[in-house]
Ligand binder design. Structure first.
Ligand SMILES: [Cu+2]
Length: 432
C-alpha cells in the first residue's frame, strides 16, 4: 500500500476542517477559546489520522500491518507500522473529547497498543497480558476513553515490544488543551526519534541490535529526505519531539535560543519554561520547544554526531593520520582501483560516493549526504533545516529553496596562505 504525498496533504487538511466543523457543531457563537479550535499539528513527512464523529465520540481506526518504507531514495525496508506508514498517523484530539480507537491487527503475530503517558482506565492501557488479552492476527479491538489531559504523547505496541517497535510501530498522540492556549503558536510541528538496524544489503530491520544502529531518523526518514520546517519571520513555532528509539538524543537548534515549554506532562506553567539551545529528549520522553522564527536556513539536528550519519561500518580500524600509501600500492596490484581512505578525515567520503568511485552494497545510503548552496552538507540521519523567510504566507509549508543571505553576511575567505596572520597558539609540550 502506498500513500502519495498529495493524499497525505489532503488527509491532513481534511482533519483540520473536521476539527473546525466539530468546533462549530458544538458551537456556541464565537466564544473566546472555542473548544476544538486548535492549530492542527504538522507531522514531518507524515499525516494526521481523520476520525468519524459518532454520537459525540471521535472514532479513529488504526491498522497494524507490514509494508515497504523508504528512508530516503536508495534505501527501503519491509517495516511494520500503522495504516501504511511508519510512524503511524498522528492522532490529534482535544482535552475533554471522548475517543474510540479501533485497532485491527493485520500482522502475523499478536499485538496491542499502549497509549503512552495517558490518563485512562487500567483496562485501556494496552499492556498485553496485564491490561487486556492480546489482539490476535485478524482481530479488531476497541479502546475507548475520555481525554483528561493535554500534551505531546505517543502510542506504541506493548506486545512483543522489542520487535514491534524496532520494526517501526509507533505514532504520536497530540492532545490540545480545552479552551485554547494562552500563548498561541502559529506553526506546530511534531516528529518521533527512532533508530534502525538495517544492515547494508538487507531489507528487514534487525530487532536484536542494541547499540550499533545504521539509520537514525526523524519520523522514519533520514536527511536529506526529512521535510524542512518552514516558517515566516516572526511567527511563533512549536516543535514537539518524542523519542521511542533506544538512545537519548540531544536535540539542537541553530539560530535561536528556544524555550522548552512542555513535555508528556502537557504545556508547563510559564514559570517553568527555560531557555536552551540543546534539549535531551530521553527514551520514552517528549519535549515541546518553541521559538520566534528568525530569517535564514538553520540546522535542527541531534547533537550525537554519529546520529547525523547514515549507515557506516562499525568495526573499521581508525585510519586518521595513517600513511598507508605503500600498502595501497600493494593492494592495487591485487585489486586495481583500490583506494585508501580516511587519512586526512572523512569529508572526502561524500565526494567519492558522488563521483561513483565508491559503490556501496545494495539498499544502503552513503554515510554523508545532502547538498546545500555552498556544497556538500556531509550529514545524514537526524538532521533537517528550519527555513524562515519574510515572505512566506501563513499556513504555506512549501520548501522555499535556499536562503538568500543579505550582502556582507556570509563568512568569507581572506587568505589561502596556511601561514597567514599571527594566531596565538598554546605553548608546545615540554620534552619528555
Ligand atoms: Cu541522537
Amino acid at each position: 500500500m502506498s500513500i502519495s504525498r498529495r493524499n497525505l496533504l489532503v488527509a491532513a487538511s481534511g482533519v483540520a476542517a473536521l476539527a473546525d466543523n466539530a468546533a462549530q457543531a458544538q458551537g456556541a457563537a464565537p466564544p473566546a477559546n472555542p473548544r476544538g479550535a486548535y492549530r492542527p499539528v504538522r507531522t514531518l513527512n507524515g499525516w494526521t489520522l481523520p476520525y468519524k464523529l459518532k454520537n459525540g465520540v471521535k472514532e479513529f481506526h488504526l491498522v497494524a500491518e507490514e509494508f515497504e518504507h523508504e528512508f530516503a531514495p536508495g534505501c527501503r525496508a519491509k517495516v511494520w507500522g500503522y495504516n501504511g506508514s511508519t510512524p503511524g498517523p498522528t492522532i490529534e484530539v482535544v482535552e475533554g473529547d471522548r475517543v474510540r480507537i479501533l485497532v485491527t491487527n493485520r500482522l502475523r503475530e499478536h499485538t496491542t497498543i499502549h497509549w503512552h503517558g495517558m490518563i485512562l482506565p487500567s483496562g485501556m492501557d494496552g499492556v498485553g497480558g496485564l491490561s487486556q488479552p492480546s489482539i490476535k492476527p485478524g482481530e479488531t479491538f476497541a479502546y475507548e476513553f475520555p481525554i483528561r489531559q493535554h500534551g505531546t504523547h505517543m502510542y506504541h505496541p506493548h506486545a512483543d515490544e522489542m520487535v514491534q517497535m524496532a520494526l517501526g510501530m509507533m505514532g504520536m498522540f497530540i492532545m490540545h488543551p480545552r479552551g485554547g492556549e494562552e500563548v498561541r503558536v502559529d506553526r506546530d510541528y511534531c516528529f518521533l526519534l527512532h533508530n534502525w538496524a538495517l544492515r547494508p544489503g538487507t531489507w528487514r530491520p534487525d530487532p536484536m541490535v542494541m547499540q550499533d544502529f545504521d539509520l537514525w531518523t526523524f519520523n522514519s526518514k533520514v536527511f536529506p529526505a526529512i521535510d524542512p520546517l518552514v516558517a515566516r519571520t516572526g511567527e511563533r513555532v512549536r516543535v514537539r519531539v518524542g523519542n521511542l528509539s533506544m538512545w537519548n538524543h540531544p536535540i539542537h537548534m541553530h539560530g535561536v535560543e528556544y524555550v522548552v515549554t512542555g513535555s508528556d506532562g502537557g504545556r508547563w506553567p510559564r514559570s517553568q519554561w527555560r531557555r536552551e539551545v540543546t534539549e535531551i529528549v530521553g527514551v520514552g520522553q517528549a519535549r515541546d520547544i518553541e521559538f520566534t522564527a528568525v530569517p535564514g536556513d538553520w540546522a535542527l539536528h541531534c547533537h550525537m554526531s554519529h546520529h547525523t550519519m547514515n549507515a557506516m561500518g562499525h568495526d573499521i580500524p581508525n585510519n586518521i593520520g595513517a600513511d598507508a600509501e605503500g600498502l595501497a600500492e600493494q593492494m592495487r596490484a591485487a585489486l586495481p582501483g583500490y583506494m585508501h581512505m580516511g587519512r586526512d578525515g572523512m569529508a572526502e567520503h561524500q565526494d567519492h560516493v558522488d563521483a561513483g568511485h565508491m559503490k556501496g552494497p545494495e539498499n544502503t545510503l552513503p554515510m554523508m549526504m545532502g547538498k546545500g548552496p555552498f556544497g556538500n552538507l556531509e550529514m545524514g540521519g537526524m538532521f533537517t533545516v528550519i527555513k524562515v523567510r519574510d515572505d512566506i504566507a501563513p499556513g504555506d509549508f512549501r520548501d522555499p529553496g535556499w536562503y538568500a543571505n543579505p550582502p556582507g553576511t556570509v563568512a568569507r575567505r581572506v587568505s589561502t596562505d596556511p601561514e597567514f596572520g599571527e594566531p596565538v597558539r598554546a605553548p608546545p609540550l615540554s620534552p619528555k
